[in-house]
Design a protein around this ligand. Structure first.
Ligand SMILES: [Zn+2]
Length: 451
């Protein structure tokens, strides 16, 4: 069922020294391209008295300021009359995209046909590294909208001879399974869990389906929820991380972190509190820089762009799959991090508590959480709501205890705050469909700070 082991073997196995040299050559060209074609960066270089010609290698990027999504919003209509990040003429723009930002105006992104080909190449490498290829039929549940993921995955399929069934959502009719016998599905953890429940109820157990592997992405998740998804389907689950900005990273078949296509996008990990890049093994924000090969053009070019997602670089050593490109941990969204009593916790920490294995016979995995002021002065309450499977189930106490143990495991200060009466966890168990987010539209927000 599979194609080759590599999509572009020579590049994917390039020794570290050669890969760094290739990156440096592309950094020099990309910076030069920005200085010549990006109205935003022309002004940025001048304002920060940066000599673009002095940026010779990727380490030089560390000395430059970091820009953010806000920088993009402030340099596009309605704030400015034109799109200052657009770095090629209108006649060369193939498609226009928007990111579904959680706040304010969506950010606009412009892609040339060459950008499409580069995005597709990133996905093609990921799919091949996960064992997909000619003969595979892949249902793409990721949405075909103003974001770029599903669209460029489809182009990637052409590159590797794979068939795509572009349903765009996981609520497709059961005949898709019987008629086309798909071998893989791309979707989010929760969509694929819901799909599994639906298949069970329609007498078509996912374990007996033609599907051989699942590819998840689109949101961060706890290892526990991925493991549970793998168990429900009895299939391997591979992770991908993609964004309209062009960071397409994915796990290879060894599942030892997500490979970053280092020749196509440069990724650094930055500590916004210390205003510096963090060393390997430490957590920080992902800062990315577009990389263009000499002579290439691109629609929206980014240098030192803070994605507001956090990760840790696992290794720059060769992976056991043979790839030399660095591996990172599953990124988390900084926007989904909440601080209580001087301690941060992320939505994923809540998800981990919910998906403790012994909970899963009692709850469905669907959850939402709110942080709110408590009754006492200075008290903060974390309200966790979970859907239960079995309304007669007597096991709530156990669910609560397992959640607690998981949640406080690496959060001693929060546990101390609980002892001091400054923090409390409240649990609610609701009927399927009874969560507040079930009645709201759009991407579900599972952790909301109401203080
Ligand atoms: Zn690998």
């Amino acid at each position: 069922m599979t194609g080759g082991t590599f999509y572009k073997e020579e590049i994917e196995q390039l020794p570290r020294g050669d890969l760094d040299a290739l990156v440096d050559e592309r950094v020099r060209y990309t910076v030069k391209y920005a200085a010549e074609h990006s109205p935003f960066y022309q002004r940025w270089f001048a304002e920060h008295t940066i000599d673009p010609g002095a940026i010779r290698e990727h380490e030089d990027l560390l000395a430059l300021p970091v820009i953010s999504g806000q920088s993009i919003r402030e340099n596009q209509p309605p704030v400015t009359s034109g799109f200052l990040f657009r770095s090629v003429g209108w006649e060369s723009i193939f498609t226009i995209h928007e990111t579904s930002g959680t706040s304010g105006t969506p950010k606009s992104f412009f892609l040339t046909w060459a950008d499409w080909q580069r995005y597709a190449e990133k996905y093609a490498r990921i799919f091949v590294s996960q064992g997909l290829g000619s003969g595979d039929r892949v249902v793409i549940c990721a949405s075909y909208g103003m974001n770029v993921g599903a669209n460029t995955m489809t182009l990637a399929a052409k590159e590797i001879g794979m068939t795509v069934i572009p349903t765009g959502k996981c609520s497709f009719p059961p005949r898709v399974f019987s008629a086309y016998r798909p071998t893989a599905i791309v979707g989010s953890v929760f969509k694929l869990l819901r799909l599994a429940r639906r298949m069970e109820s329609e007498g078509m157990p996912p374990k007996e389906s033609s599907v051989e592997r699942l590819i998840v992405g689109g949101e961060s998740f706890a290892d526990e929820s991925r493991n549970y998804l793998g168990e429900v389907w009895d299939r391997e689950v591979f992770n991908t991380y993609g964004s309209t900005e062009g960071t397409m990273c994915g796990e290879c078949h060894t599942r030892a972190g997500l490979h970053v296509p280092e020749d196509l996008v440069h990724l650094d990990v930055y500590d916004p509190h210390r205003d510096t890049f963090v060393p390997e093994g430490e957590c920080g924000r992902i800062v990315l820089t577009t990389l263009l090969a000499p002579g290439e053009h691109c629609g929206t070019l980014l240098l030192n762009y803070d994605t507001e997602d956090t990760t840790v670089v696992i290794s720059r050593d060769r992976c056991s799959c043979g790839r030399t490109h660095m591996r990172i941990m599953n990124p988390q969204r900084e926007a989904e991090t909440v601080w209580v009593a001087g301690t941060p916790f992320n939505r994923v920490d809540i998800e981990r508590g919910v998906f403790q294995r012994d909970n899963m016979d009692l709850v469905t995995g669907e959850y939402e959480a709110f942080v709110a002021p408590g009754d006492e002065e200075g008290e903060v309450v974390l309200q966790v709501s979970m859907e239960y499977q079995d309304p007669a189930g007597p096991g709530w106490r156990g669910v609560e205890e397992r959640f607690r143990a998981s949640f406080f495991r690496y959060k001693k200060r929060l546990e101390d705050a609980e002892e001091d009466g400054l923090f409390r966890i409240e649990y609610r168990f609701v009927r399927p469909g009874g969560l507040e987010m079930s009645s709201s539209k759009g991407r579900p927000r599972r952790l909301i700070d109401r203080r």
